[in-house]
Design a protein around this ligand. Structure first.
Ligand SMILES: [Zn+2]
Length: 375
C-alpha cells in the first residue's frame, strides 16, 4: 500500500508532505516531499500520523473495561480503535482487591496487542483526599503482598500503575514496580514537590492527569505539578476534553513539560455513546451534554473523549498540530517502551491514522490492516 499525505508527521516532529509504503504489518519505506506516482494506485490523505497511543481509558461505546463480559471489553476497544487509537491500555478504577484480580484474569485473555496492549491500574493505592470518582471505601494501603498478587493476576499485562507515593511504603512501591518494568504514574495524590521528586528518583515516569486530583501549583508551594513539569525524566498526562482543563492550562502544561506531554482520554463508557446514567466501577455517574459527573455532585468522572477529539482540543487551545500528534502517539509509545511504533519510520509497525484537514478520522490502519469504520 502506498499512501501520500499533504502533511505527514515526520520523526523530527515536522509536519510536511510525505509518503509511506506499507508491506505486510510493517512500514517498508517513507519519504519526504511528493511521490511521483507512475501507474501505481496511491491512497491520498490530508494528514497522516502514527496511530494514537492511549494509556488512560476506562471504556467507550456504552461498555467498560470493568465489565465481566468479554464482548463488552472488545466493543469498548473497537470504539477507540475506530477513533484512531491503535495502542490502548485498559484502565481499571479502584475496586475491591478480589474484583480487580478477577478482572485482570479476564483481561489478560484479551491482551494480545491486537485488541489491548495491556492494563493500567488506576488505584486502589490512591489518597482518599484526592479520590475524585474512585470509591473511597475500596482504597487500600500499599502492602507488598497485595501489589504482587495483582501483578501476578495480570500475568505480565499490567503495564502501568497510578499510585499516591505519599502513602506508607509508597516510595518503596514505586521502586518495586519500576524494577518490575511497570510504568509508574503518580496521581490522585497529596504529595508535595519533595515527595513527588523522590518518587521520580525511585522511577516514577509520568504524572496521571496532571492538575486533576492533586495539589494545585502555588508560587511558594510548587507541589507535584511544578516538580513534574521541570523534570526531563517525567512525562505528564493531559486530559484534552475542554472540561478537565481550561484551554490556557492545557497549553501551559503542554508547553512547560520538560519530559513531554501525553494526551489521554480518561474516557469512561459514555465515550461515543449517548448521555444518561452510567457506572464507573461502583460509582454512579450521570452524563449530560457529554460531561460525566458523579451522580448528585460536581465531581468530574472521566471523560467522553476519543483521541481524535483530544488532538482537536489541543490544537484549538493553541498547540501546534505536530506537537499534539506527537503527544497522542510518539511520547506515550516511548513511555511504554513500545519502540516498534509511535513514529512513521521504516521497520515500525504499520499503525496509522489518516485525518482530514479539520482533523476528523478518515481511515485507521493497525498492523498493516485497515480498520473498518462506520459509514
Ligand atoms: Zn483518575
Amino acid at each position: 500500500v502506498l499512501i501520500t499525505a499533504a502533511r505527514m508527521l515526520h520523526p523530527d516532529g515536522v509536519l510536511a508532505p510525505g509518503w509511506i509504503r506499507v508491506q505486510g504489518d510493517r512500514i517498508l519505506l517513507t519519504g519526504r516531499g511528493s511521490f511521483e506516482v507512475v501507474d501505481e494506485p496511491a491512497v491520498e490523505v490530508d494528514v497522516l500520523a502514527p496511530g494514537f497511543v492511549d494509556i488512560h481509558c476506562h471504556g467507550g461505546g456504552g461498555a467498560s473495561f470493568m465489565s465481566p463480559r468479554t464482548e463488552e471489553v472488545l466493543h469498548a476497544a473497537s470504539v477507540h480503535r475506530r477513533a484512531g487509537t491503535t495502542t490502548l491500555l485498559a484502565s481499571l478504577v479502584t475496586a475491591p482487591h478480589a474484583e480487580l484480580g478477577r478482572q485482570l484474569r479476564l483481561l489478560r485473555e484479551v491482551v494480545d496487542d491486537q485488541v489491548l496492549a495491556g492494563v493500567h491500574l488506576e488505584g486502589p493505592w490512591l489518597n482518599p483526599k484526592f479520590a475524585g470518582a474512585h470509591n473511597r471505601e475500596n482504597l487500600q494501603g500499599l502492602e507488598r503482598v497485595a501489589v504482587d498478587a495483582l501483578l501476578h493476576a495480570g500475568a505480565g499485562t499490567v503495564r502501568m500503575v497510578t499510585l499516591a507515593p505519599e502513602l506508607t511504603d509508597g516510595l518503596q512501591a514505586v521502586r518495586h514496580l519500576a524494577k518490575a518494568d511497570v510504568v509508574v504514574g503518580i496521581g490522585h495524590t497529596d504529595a508535595d514537590e519533595e515527595c513527588a521528586r523522590k518518587a521520580f528518583d525511585e522511577g516514577a515516569r509520568v504524572v496521571t492527569h496532571l492538575f486533576n486530583a492533586m495539589r494545585p501549583v502555588h508560587h511558594r508551594a510548587p507541589g507535584p505539578v511544578a516538580a513534574a513539569l521541570t523534570d526531563a525524566r517525567v512525562a505528564v498526562e493531559l486530559i484534552a476534553d475542554g472540561v478537565h482543563l481550561a484551554p490556557e492550562v492545557l497549553a501551559l502544561g503542554a508547553r512547560a513539560a520538560q519530559g513531554g506531554y501525553v494526551l489521554v482520554t480518561d474516557a469512561m463508557a459514555a465515550a461515543s455513546a449517548p448521555d444518561g446514567p452510567y457506572q464507573l466501577g461502583s460509582i454512579k455517574v450521570v452524563v449530560k451534554d457529554g460531561i460525566a459527573k458523579v451522580a448528585d455532585s460536581d465531581t468530574i468522572a472521566g471523560s467522553t473523549l476519543t483521541m481524535d477529539k483530544a488532538v482537536r482540543t489541543a490544537v484549538h487551545a493553541g498547540l501546534p498540530l505536530a506537537s499534539a500528534l506527537r503527544a497522542a502517539s510518539t511520547t506515550a509509545a516511548r513511555l511504554l517502551g513500545c519502540d516498534d511504533r509511535g513514529e512513521l519510520i521504516a521497520g515500525r509497525r504499520a499503525d496509522l491514522v489518516c485525518l482530514t484537514n479539520s482533523l476528523q478520522v478518515r481511515a485507521v490502519m493497525k498492523g498493516g490492516t485497515w480498520v473498518p469504520l462506520p459509514t
